[in-house]
Ligand binder design. Structure first.
Ligand code: GLA
Length: 458
């Protein structure tokens, strides 16, 4: 491989130079050597898919609302070689992820919930159904190891990055004509295979991310895409100059495949059914953003149980797609809906603030979003509260909030550029002192979206 060609490509994708670039080059070269050791000499295609940090708009995507994520320079790398048959063999640079193999088909049996192969199988099954039949398989080595990989279970979308990485590999090796929005949409559906009814934010930002920008995405599909295809309106919003987006990882891990996530999805859907009594035309919480909360509140009980819902002709079991359950009969409808509705409006205000360069207002919205996620959506944890409190106390922090699905993971903060070193020092030391944990704190260097990096041989 031409080192200079790789260096130029990596510079473009990650926007890095000097030492950081040398580190990245070493990562790619080590991956290639490991691929050769695993599968023998021959051609290799390298592909990548980034994780993301969501600036604001949490748990709005599956309610057809608005989100504002940024693609990270932390990503999942795939070193791959096409096979003549439909087999997929997966190895991982991290020994904890033991090798997997499956045959691409219309119906690939899922591995137990949480297994890393499911993300590859979900992508393969969906593309085989929609773009097949007869997609070729591949041999691959996956690298999502620290410090360059997407930290797992940290709310930075490691799982979607893996789904997207597998999908772009299948697309590239099979020469499929599927990219951009249509590919992101397909990846969103592919991930349902793992048992979580998430939205489309993570897959869209992983594919459409642009350096220096956040993606303002409207998660309500329209049908005015090419040939009546589904289309999601989006636009790139420049990150404010003079400020850094800083991420602090609490080191407390979560899994979206547990029941909590689906329970929140269900509470939103129950809210819609209850609101339909007054507003029959609505289909998602997004449809009532513009209405005064005072009008909505009386229609949404603080708590409602399955028997009361059934008495009103609403069957909660029928509101989640078959095969997934919420494992509860108690639903906190009012506060969940209040979070989603107010959060959607905060995203709209944030985009306006960023587009006029108003970091002050954006910071206030971040703080309000955190309070709403903590009090109404109830997805914070004591460790996240500690991090947010420490972050807010640093001069130069405009605002801070939990980011991602919640129940652990990371916070995101907007910090004046010149205060980032102090932020890392103060928050890191305070967190260690209060919790005994070692928070990983890094500045988010936004990177390019997923795709093929380079073709070479080993
Ligand atoms: C997870 C899901 C996303 C989104 C976030 C919460 O990351 O995959 O679709 O719902 O949680 O905002």
């Amino acid at each position: 491989m031409h080192t200079s060609e790789l260096a130029t490509t990596l510079q473009r994708l990650y926007g890095t130079n000097g030492e950081a670039l040398a580190g990245l080059m070493a990562r790619y070269e080590q991956g290639l050597a490991a691929f050769g050791a695993e599968y023998g000499p021959g051609e290799v295609v390298i592909l990548r898919a980034p994780g993301r940090v969501n600036l604001i708009g949490e748990h709005t995507d599956y309610n057809h609302g608005y989100v504002l994520p940024v693609a990270l320079d932390k990503d999942v790398l795939v070193f791959a070689r096409p096979r003549p048959d439909q087999q997929v063999r997966l190895a991982n640079v991290e020994p904890a992820f033991t090798s997997r193999s499956f045959i691409i088909s219309h119906d690939i049996s899922p591995c137990p919930i949480g297994d890393w192969a499911n993300y590859a199988q979900g992508a393969a099954q969906l593309l085989e159904r929609e773009q097949g039949p007869g997609l070729r398989g591949f041999d691959a080595l996956i690298d999502s190891a620290p410090p360059y990989g997407v930290p797992r279970g940290a709310g930075l979308s490691s799982s979607s990055a893996l789904t997207v990485a597998m999908a772009v590999t299948l697309v590239a090796l099979n020469g499929l004509n599927l990219q951009g929005e249509a590919l992101a949409d397909a990846c969103g559906r592919a991930e349902w295979y793992v048992g979580t009814r998430g939205g489309i934010m993570d897959q869209f930002i992983s594919i459409l991310g642009q350096p220096g920008h956040a993606l303002f995405l409207d998660c309500r599909p329209t049908t005015d895409g090419p040939a009546g295809a589904r289309h999601y309106p989006f636009r790139q919003v420049p990150l404010p100059t003079g400020y850094a987006v800083v991420v602090a990882d609490s080191q407390v891990r979560h899994r979206n495949t547990g029941p909590h996530f689906n329970r929140r999805v269900l509470e939103g859907r129950i809210g819609v059914r209850l609101l339909q009594a007054r507003y029959p035309g609505i289909t998602h919480l997004r449809d009532v953003n513009h209405l005064p909360w005072d009008e909505l509140e009386p229609l949404l009980p603080e708590v409602i149980h399955t028997d009361e819902l059934r008495a009103r002709g609403i069957d909660p079991d029928a509101l989640l797609d078959s095969g997934v359950g919420a494992q509860t009969d108690t639903f906190y409808v009012r506060r969940r809906c209040r979070h989603v509705i107010t959060e959607n409006n905060r995203v709209l205000e944030s985009v306006a603030a960023l587009e006029r360069g108003d970091a002050q207002t954006f910071g206030r919205l971040l703080r309000e979003a955190h309070a709403s996620a903590r009090d109404d959506y109830e997805i914070s944890t004591p460790e996240i509260e500690t991090l947010v409190r420490l972050a807010q106390a640093v001069p130069g922090t405009m605002g801070a909030r939990l980011t991602g699905a919640g129940w652990g993971g990371c916070i995101v903060a907007l910090v004046r550029q010149e205060e980032t070193a102090r932020f890392a020092e103060q928050v890191g030391a305070g967190y260690a002192q209060e919790t005994g944990l070692d928070a990983q704190i890094f500045v988010c260097h936004s990177a390019a979206g997923a795709g093929e990096v380079i073709r070479t041989t080993v």
